[in-house]
Design a protein around this ligand. Structure first.
Ligand SMILES: O=C(O)CCC(=O)C(=O)O
Length: 251
């Protein structure tokens, strides 16, 4: 993380990475995401949400290596590693499709993490990365955040708002497809309603520390674990949870 990125991440709790995906990468990743979506739609036993507010292809890393390899993307992952430290591990991953003109948000205001015994204003417990696969403007149902809210006192009471956009101080994450943004999981955030005519498409990769548990339903399959072990790539193995519970670190 360069000094400007570090200052932004520390102050705001988030960082935007414009053009994180090259045009070629975006084409490949979009193709893989489309194929994953088609498989998921055709088989209702596949994990994920199929509601009016959100279509969630759970664990897209299981569908295609192009989606798996985004976990250690050469531009974005070094920033995550720098923010979280050498014991970084994947916690969950999703492909979210927010249908057009949703009546309300699929994710109201919240923090991702609130661990007992952790002083959150001084800690980075989780970092979540979003890769935009569609252009997102203020009407597209994108993420909104309260900048700096990862440092707010733990007892802070945010106002309750009827429409997510009414949260005082909130800003919206907008950008072209191929943009990525990452944020400290303690940042107060939500998705706004998708008022547009278009579905919003994002890939989400959430990271924590190696000693933390992955969310249930996101533990890598034995196929992915065997593939990682065969490739013997230390980053891939650690991100997928292969290693000693305590003391595991990248060098
Ligand atoms: O869909 C979004 O933009 C926000 C999702 C969210 O709140 C989350 O992943 O924690």
């Amino acid at each position: 993380m360069n000094p400007t990125q570090r200052a932004q991440f520390e102050a705001n709790g988030f960082l935007v990475i414009p053009d994180a995906l090259s045009p070629e990468e975006l084409t490949r990743v979009r193709g893989a995401a489309d194929a994953a979506e088609a498989v998921w739609r055709a088989d209702e036993t596949r994990l994920g949400a199929r509601g009016a507010l959100l279509h969630q292809v759970q664990a897209p890393i299981e569908y295609d290596d192009a989606l798996l390899e985004l976990l250690w993307h050469p531009v974005v992952f070094p920033l995550v590693r720098s923010a979280l430290g050498e014991d970084v591990m994947m916690i969950d991953n999703d492909y979210f499709i927010t249908p057009p003109q949703t009546a309300k948000t699929h994710a109201d205001w919240h923090h991702d993490v609130g661990l007992t015994g952790v002083h959150h204003p001084l800690s980075v417990m989780m970092v979540k990365v979003f890769f935009l696969l569609s252009d997102v403007d203020a009407a597209s149902g994108g993420t909104a955040m309260v900048p700096g809210s990862h440092k707010f006192p733990e007892t802070w009471q945010f106002p309750v708002v009827d429409d997510p956009k009414q949260m005082p101080g909130a800003i919206q994450m907008t950008g072209k497809a191929g943009t990525a943004y990452m944020f400290n999981g303690r940042v107060y955030h939500c998705a706004v309603n998708n008022e547009s005519e278009h579905a919003r498409r994002v890939l989400i990769y959430n990271y924590g520390h190696f000693w933390m548990k992955m969310w249930a339903g996101y533990e890598p399959s034995s196929r992915l674990l065997a593939q990682a072990a065969a490739r013997n790539n230390p980053v891939e193995m650690q991100l997928l949870g292969i290693g000693d519970a305590y003391g595991q670190r990248l060098s």
